[in-house]
Write a protein that binds this ligand. Structure first.
Ligand code: G3P
Ligand code: CA
Length: 244
């Protein structure tokens, strides 16, 4: 089972920060997951929500703030307010942290609500600049965005994220057609959607199934039994591991 630290070791440290990612470096896990968006001045930044309000002391949309403004914000988690490793990191900073390691980085394009111009192009450009094409997986809930990713890179591994809401609306044969035609490697579903049949269907098309967000041993064991390929968890330090 591949274990991914969801937003870093986010069960214990402020999510999507250098600190939460550094805390993964000594874990025997397959990789980490992060969310990427764009600042007003076009920098790729790592943060989950479209607004800074929940995780930082401040208010406003990422798309309306410059990198300098975003970098000036302090973590809203009391114990980490003054920790320099708890600022909003750029994607480049996080990728460079993992470059010398064996970790796989699942980069989620956070573009369901805000449609960032050239997000796909800029992420691929950076990954190529750092020569990390073999170390990343690019995921998104938006199929049109993932098709753009494929346009910019014929080789990068792609994962289609599925939640209840979107999955139920789309005819399954259309999903399969896209996944095969665009040579996707993974489907990343909400773990509640996953049963034996789900896994069987995707495995038969040579796709691996990475489930989010799995935070209990019961869910981990259930998914393990039905042969899910991996999980994203906020507690990557407590799950049994086999890295393959
Ligand atoms: O990539 C899996 C998972 O992170 C998707 O949901 O809301 O945690 O970004 P969310
Ligand atoms: Ca995510």
């Amino acid at each position: 089972m591949k274990i991914f630290a969801h937003r870093g070791l986010s069960g214990f440290y402020p999510e999507n920060t250098i600190l939460a990612f550094k805390k993964c470096l000594n874990l025997n896990i397959y990789g980490i997951e992060l969310d990427v968006q764009k600042s007003k001045d076009n920098h790729l930044v790592v943060i989950h929500d479209e607004k800074v309000d929940r995780t930082f002391i401040g208010s406003g949309y990422i798309k309306d703030m410059t990198l300098e403004e975003l970098k000036s914000l302090k973590s809203s988690f009391k114990d980490f307010e003054d920790n320099e490793d708890c600022k909003i990191p750029t994607l480049e900073e996080v990728l460079k942290l993992f470059k010398p390691t064996e970790f796989i980085i699942n980069i989620e394009l956070k573009n369901s609500k805000t449609k960032y111009k050239d997000l796909e192009k800029d992420v691929i450009k950076l990954v190529k600049k750092l020569k990390m094409g073999k170390k990343v997986i690019i995921s998104s809930f938006r199929m049109d965005s993932l098709k753009k990713v494929r346009k910019y890179s014929s080789k990068v591994k792609i994962a289609y994220l599925v939640s209840d809401k979107f999955y139920k609306l789309r005819p399954k044969f259309l999903i399969f057609l896209d996944l095969i035609n665009y040579n996707f490697s993974y489907v990343n579903p909400n773990h509640k959607l996953v049963d034996k049949n789900f896994i069987k269907k995707y495995h038969s098309k040579n796709l691996q199934v990475l489930c989010y967000t799995v935070n209990t041993i019961e869910d981990y064991e259930r998914l393990s039994k039905i042969k899910a390929d991996g999980i994203f968890t906020d507690f990557a330090n407590i799950f049994p591991l086999t890295c393959d």
